[in-house]
Design a protein around this ligand. Sequence first.
Ligand SMILES: [Mn+2]
Length: 454
Amino acid sequence: MLNADRGGWVFDAGFGVGHRLPRGERATSLFRFLHAADLHLDTQPSGLHGYPAEVAEVLRDASLQAFENLVDVAIDRQVSFCVFAGDIYDGAERGTRAELAFRRGLGRLAGAGIRSFVAHGNHDPVEQGWSTLSQWPEEVTVFGTGSPTTHTLELAGTTVAVHGVSYATRATTDNLALRFVRDPGADVQIGVLHTNVGDDPAHGNYAPCSLHDLRSVGLDYWALGHVHTRRVLAGADPWIVYPGNTQGRHAGASERGAKGAVVVEVGDDGTIAEPEFVPLDTVRFAEVELDATDLADPGALLDELSVLCDALRTEHPGRALVVRTTLRGRGPLHGLLADPTTMGDTLAELRSDWSGRSPVVWWDRIEDLTRPFLDPDEVARQDDFAGNTIRAIDSPLSDPDGDPGESLRTELDRLSKLSPSLRSLGVEVPPPDDPELVERARLLACDLLAEETR
Ligand SMILES: [Mn+2]
């Protein structure tokens, strides 16, 4: 069973405004529904290499297991219905296993009296010829293409309209949101759509629409799919929500962290509460950034990563982890890890250290973005801009007659006009009687100028 940990939300805009009850009053829950999208069933995590059988086994079934978890949660939480906002499947080449798993899960939901509403998106368009199943349990509604259709349910004396539409073809570029129509006879209205809101350039621009388009339809909740990062685009009047995908697929930014669905509570006064995120994933992708400045050698690196990995396992209990680390800073590791053999041996040792765990831990890679250590005394001897800068920092301090603070300020002011890096810092003059601060200023100047002239 799942742990009850909750992932963080990304609130883009408008969260917390609109439907809020006065303090002290709470609507009684009338019913709840589950909203999921981008299941990409039977997709295999991409960009990973060299993992052993124990890891392969977990990765292979992760998307299907996440869907099984979804069904468990829907039954456990006694939702009235589930909506699936597109990209149920990843693509034609994995059709049948994914479809049979989906059918089995929807059958379990139907057996518990839970209806399902399914829209298709750019990864699983209806008319591109790979759907092998045509029969679904009668509690399942698959939205057609072209114009949205509306299905109404009577729940505890309330009429609920669920509107939705599927993509006919992958390259759907029409604004489908504008085709939705509010049902004047329903009390609560939900729209199910796979769409790229706001022409976000980070995502394929399928069925693009604007927040204004969505608001203009007059629904209460937009159950969206397409963007794999969980996002609330608007909090109430209407809610506009991307639940994110149900299982991360690679180590990229949009696929990291907790993945799952949202459970949405509707009150007896028709208000919709803040959607509750429920994690469903079995494998979690994580990245740890590490400042390697003070690490003397690969042994110290392994010790440090071990501490970080323990923390990750505490943060993500019960999940298999695929971890990548990015090393930054300037220090001795830079020279050592530049040797491919040393790097390969270090990664192999790291993987071996963490093998055989349950849940599985797989170290995907060590990204080495460290830089060589710079010695300011050495730089001071160079006949270049960096050398001039370090000498400018050093010389006024050794002038016993002048005002060291003032002459340093003048000199740095002059140099900063020549250098974007120094300019970006502003001219912060260290107090000349604080040698530690002066030394840090020299190192910082060295670093900035080395980056600038790289
Ligand atoms: Mn998708």
